[in-house]
Design a protein around this ligand. Structure first.
Ligand SMILES: [Zn+2]
Length: 313
C-alpha cells in the first residue's frame, strides 16, 4: 500500500507556531471575533448601526462603543458555556487534526490537565465540527465494514455479524470517502446512502457481495463491477477495492489502538473524524487551520436565542 509517511511542509503546523499564534485565551477569542465579525465590525442590535466593537476586559465578549451592549463571539459554537480555557480547546483541536491514527481522551488528560470526562466531552464536541455532507463522483469503491469487538471490520462472510455495527463505506479513487453507520447490509439500508452521497451515474466497484448486485435492479443508473475475492482475483485492472480497504484498515487501527472499543452510538462520530482527515489529506494547508476554521460554526442556540427561550418560560 502506498502510505505517505511524511507530512508535506505546507501541511505542517508545529507546536511552536501554535504557541506563537495562540499564546493565551485572548488571542483565541480574538481569532473567533475576527472570523465571525471581520475587523471587529458588527451590527449593534441596540443602535441598529454597524460599528467596531471593543473587547470587554475579563469577559468573553465585545462591546458597542456607543451604547455598551455586548456581542459574544463564542455564542452557539462548541465553546459556548464551557469553563475550559480556549487555549486548551484550541490545543485539543490541534491534537485531533494532526494525528494520523487518532488521539485518546487519556492523552488529552495527560497533556492538558483537564479531567478524563472533560477531555472525552471536548473530543465529542470537536467531532461535531468534523461531520460533513459531501457528494462523491465516480468511479468509487463501495464496501460494507463491521465494527465492534476485537475482530471489527471483517467481512460478513468471515465473522459473525451479531453485536457488530454495520458501516457502508464509499470512496472515490484517490479521492474522498464517506462512511455511514447503517442498520444492516440489506439493500433498503444501502440505497438511501447511495442516493444521498453518490453522483447518480458513478461507476461503482464492489467486492461482489450479493446486495450490491441488486443495486443494478433498483432503478439506479450506476454502472457496477464486482471483484471476485473468492477466486483470488484482487486486482483486475481497474476493478479493485483497495482504496476502501485502505480506509477500513486506517479506522480499524485507530479504533483498536487508541479507542479500544467504540459503542455503536458513538461510532458515526468516530467515522466522521477519520473521514474528515482522510478527505483533506491532499489539501496543502495545515489540517489544524482547516479544522479551526470550522469553529465559528453555529451548532447550538446563540446566547440571544437561549435568553429568548429562558425568558419565555
Ligand atoms: Zn450600540
Amino acid at each position: 500500500m502506498n502510505r505517505r509517511q511524511t507530512i508535506p511542509p505546507q501541511q505542517k503546523y508545529t507546536t511552536k507556531q501554535f504557541q506563537a499564534e495562540f499564546p493565551n485565551d485572548s488571542a483565541c477569542l480574538e481569532y473567533m471575533m475576527q472570523k465571525r465579525w471581520p475587523g471587529g465590525i458588527a451590527l449593534c442590535a441596540e443602535c441598529g448601526v454597524e460599528r467596531k466593537h471593543y473587547r470587554v476586559t475579563g469577559r468573553t465578549c465585545y462591546a458597542c462603543p456607543v451604547c455598551g451592549s455586548h456581542i459574544f463571539p463564542l455564542a452557539g459554537t462548541i465553546f459556548h458555556k464551557s469553563t475550559t480555557p480556549l487555549t486548551t480547546w484550541f490545543y485539543v483541536i490541534k491534537l485531533m487534526s494532526t494525528t494520523r491514527v487518532g488521539v485518546s481522551a487519556k492523552q488529552i488528560q495527560r497533556e492538558t490537565g483537564v479531567t478524563y470526562k472533560t477531555a472525552w466531552r471536548m473530543m465529542k464536541q470537536v467531532r461535531i465540527l468534523m461531520a460533513e455532507k459531501i457528494k462523491l463522483i465516480g468511479p468509487v469503491e463501495m464496501d460494507e465494514g463491521y465494527f465492534g469487538g476485537i475482530e471489527s471490520n471483517k467481512h460478513s462472510h468471515l465473522r459473525g455479524r451479531a453485536a457488530k455495527t454495520t458501516v457502508l463505506g464509499i470512496v472515490e479513487r484517490k479521492g474522498r470517502v464517506i462512511a455511514k453507520v447503517i442498520p444492516d447490509a440489506k439493500k433498503d439500508s444501502i440505497l438511501p446512502v447511495v442516493r444521498e452521497s453518490l453522483h447518480p451515474k458513478a461507476m461503482i466497484y464492489t467486492d461482489g457481495a450479493a446486495v450490491f448486485e441488486q443495486l443494478r435492479w433498483m432503478g439506479q443508473s450506476h454502472k457496477h463491477k464486482a471483484v471476485n475475492h473468492a477466486a483470488g482475483v484482487y486486482v483486475d485492472d481497474f476493478a479493485h477495492t483497495n482504496s476502501i480497504e485502505g480506509f477500513w484498515s486506517l479506522v480499524k487501527r485507530g479504533i483498536q489502538g487508541v479507542y479500544y472499543q467504540v459503542g455503536p452510538e458513538y461510532l458515526q462520530s468516530y467515522l466522521n473524524e477519520y473521514a474528515f482527515r482522510y478527505n483533506r489529506r491532499k489539501v496543502m494547508r495545515p489540517m489544524f487551520t482547516q479544522l479551526l476554521e470550522r469553529t465559528p460554526m453555529q451548532i447550538c442556540p446563540s446566547v440571544r436565542e437561549t435568553r429568548a427561550l429562558t425568558a419565555g418560560r
